[in-house]
Structures are given as C-alpha cells and as structure tokens.
Design a protein around this ligand. Structure first.
Ligand code: PLP
Ligand code: COI
Length: 364
C-alpha cells in the first residue's frame, strides 16, 4: 500500500525560498555515506512559545551566538531515515511516520518542544519532492534524511532552551560501511558503556554519540568497524552496536536484545521482526549474555550475527572480539538468514517486493 502525503496545509505553513544556483550532483558510483548535501534545507524556528513559519531555503550555514545553549550543554536530537528511488522511478520514504514518533519521544526526553508528527512528515515530504533529482538510482544508494533539533537560546544557565531550530538536510549516500554488504568486524566493549537504565540511551540525542567516540576510535585503531555495547550495570548482556541494533542466529532462532530503556528503539529492527515472521523464521526479543554469544560461537550453535539500522541496513558480522578472544562467525561469510532478511528489506525499499505492511510512503 502506498500512502500519499498531502501538500502542506495553511495551518502548517511552509514557505519555499528561491534557489539561484545549483550544485553539481555526484555520480552514483562516487557516493559514500553523508558527505554531500543537496541544494535546499528545511528550517523552522521555535520562539515565544510557538513554532514559526517553516522555510525551505538554499542549503546554508547558521550564524549563532557563541553562548548558544547547544554548544555548551548539548541539547540536541536527530533522526535518520532514507528515501529510495524505486525501480519504476517513484521516490519513496521508508516508515517516516516511525521517525516522526521517535523524534517526538527524543524531544520529550531532552525537554524540547515536539514537532507535530504531521508537520514533520509533510515538510520533509515537500523538501524531498523539491530535491527528488538528488535521490540516487543505484541499489544500495539512497537519499539519507537528517532531521535535527538544536537549542538556540544564547544563555549560559543550565536549563531547557526557550528557542530552537528544527532543520532537515539531505545527503545522497552510499553504504554506511566501506565494505558494503559484506561481513564487518566488531569489538565488544568491556570497559566503557553507552547508556544506562534511566539515562538517555532511548533518545536519539547527539550526546549519546559523543560519549561513544572514545571506545569507537579505540576499536577502529584495532581494525574493528564498530563497538558492541554491553549493559551498564553488569557488563553482561548485549545491547546494541554503535549505529545499529543487533541480532544473532542461534539454534535456528533469531534473537535480538529486548528493549530495556537504554537501547535505541530501531525502526529497522522493528521491521526485521516483522520480516522474519513473514519469512517463517522464529525471531525473539530477549536478553542474551555475551558469555552465551562466545560459548555458542565456539560450540557452532551460533551461526550468524547481523546489525540492523537505517544507515547500515543489514550488516553481516564476520568476526567479533571479546577480551582476548577473536571469534569468526560463519567463517567470515554472509549467512543464509542474513541474506534472506537483507533481500526482503531491500526488495521492499527499492520496490521489487510487495509492501504488504504499508511501510512505503510515496513522495509527491
Ligand atoms: N542503535 C543506534 C545507536 C543507532 O544510532 C541506530 C541508527 O539509527 C540504530 C540503533 C538503528 O535504528 P534505526 O533502525 O531506526 O535506524
Ligand atoms: C542511522 O542509521 O540513521 C543513524 O543515525 C546512524 C548514524 C549515522 C548515527
């Protein structure tokens, strides 16, 4: 089923400013993740207790007072979603309603005003419609959409800002991992933690990512592309990866850690739970300890591991490192379950597989 997002209504007004110069568009084969941005962006300011008229304007810098709150205390949230060019030429977004909801959840957690979900959807639809020529054609490439909110009041007191920018930029992008859809190496972090129960892990807040950098850089120095985080209290249960959720194929069951409050509620994860069901796999959300992961890789019962996220799509894991152990998963090759889930997800996104669940939103 395809949903048509209606034009912007006067109540949700949005002004489109003139564009005088166009940037050259990159070739599909040159795209990497998040390096080039389209000609236009969306900006809506919040001040005097209300959202102001939104604007679609030429992509440009912000001019902000050095005392602006976001620079000091990091009151910032973001989203990540994609628009795909389907085989018949349609430009579609994948489950943008879910991103709108999670953006509101993140806003509440970080004491920021909510962007009405309807405005989030319609304004982003309008922006992409204007920028549709930027949506890449090749499978594996997509237009990455980055809605963001920052605190813009200039004051040094620690408090929720009275003023905000909600903005969205678009980036024609290639695969998140340079290796593309081929097995990646992941390091289990046994010292630092990403999030704890009661913290901000469930919000998509910039600060969560800043706090993860030291572990991620150390893992990179050792040749690993991401960190696998454990729970903060016992360092025992697997939580998620740097930019994706995670799943294990163990004794023919797909297991993904349950959402405890410290894990990001991934939209791709939610979709994969449904896809697994559609394909006849048993997929369960439950606690899994790192000791179980290690033991069952060694015993041969754990046959596949894959990451799940918007930017990363389905990312096969070919090796994990935990303490002094380096464990190869499925001989470093893509396993059949990972491949089947990837094929179904990508098929729905690029239009070669029927969208039975109404996940695809036509941009028009
Ligand atoms: N976990 C983290 C920490 C992420 O940054 C992401 C990416 O957004 C995900 C999981 C996957 O979430 P989603 O599938 O909604 O992109
Ligand atoms: C996404 O998958 O959209 C993300 O936000 C991951 C990352 C680039 C932070």
């Amino acid at each position: 089923m395809k949903f048509v997002l209606m034009g912007i209504t006067p109540a949700n007004d949005l002004v489109v400013e003139n564009l005088t110069t166009l940037k050259p568009k990159p070739k599909d084969e040159d795209l990497i993740f998040g390096k080039v941005y389209t000609d236009r962006m969306l900006l809506r300011e919040y001040k005097n207790g209300a959202w102001q008229t939104g604007r679609i304007l030429p992509y440009q810098n912000f001019s902000l007072d050095p005392a602006t709150l976001v620079f000091h205390y990091g009151q910032e949230i973001f989203e990540g979603l994609k628009a795909f060019r389907q085989e018949n030429g349609d430009v579609v977004m994948f489950r943008p309603d879910e991103n709108a909801k999670r953006f509101a959840l993140s806003a509440r957690r970080m004491m920021m005003p909510e962007v009405p979900e309807d405005y989030f959807l319609k304004s982003i639809n309008k922006l992409i419609n204007l920028e549709r020529e930027w949506v890449p054609k090749a499978r594996g490439n997509a237009l990455y959409i980055r809605p963001t909110m920052i605190a813009t009041e200039a004051i040094l007191g620690v408090k929720p800002s009275d003023e905000y920018y909600f903005f969205t930029i678009l980036s024609p992008s290639g695969p998140y991992f340079k290796e593309g859809f081929s097995p990646t190496r992941i390091k289990v972090e046994d010292h630092f933690v990403r999030a704890s129960i009661g913290g901000t892990g469930e919000a998509k807040a910039g600060g969560n990512y800043a706090g993860s950098l030291m572990a991620a850089e150390r893992a990179k120095e050792d040749g690993y592309s991401q960190v696998l985080w454990l729970d903060a209290k016992e360092m025992k249960y697997v939580e998620e990866v740097g930019a994706m959720n995670i799943a294990f194929v163990l004794d023919n069951e797909i297991i993904t850690p349950r959402l405890t409050g410290s894990i990001l509620k991934g939209i791709t994860r939610k979709s994969v739970l449904q896809i697994a069901k559609d394909l006849g796999y048993k997929m369960t959300e439950k606690d899994i300890t790192i000791d179980t992961v290690v033991e069952t890789i060694e015993s041969g019962n754990l046959t596949e591991i894959f990451g799940i996220g918007t930017a990363a799509s389905i990312a096969p894991v070919g090796e994990i490192k935990y303490k002094d152990k380096n464990l190869s998963v499925n001989d470093g090759k893509v396993g059949p379950t990972t491949q089947a889930i990837y094929d179904r997800l990508i098929g729905i996104q690029y239009g070669s597989v029927e969208d039975k669940h109404g996940w695809i939103h036509l941009v028009e």
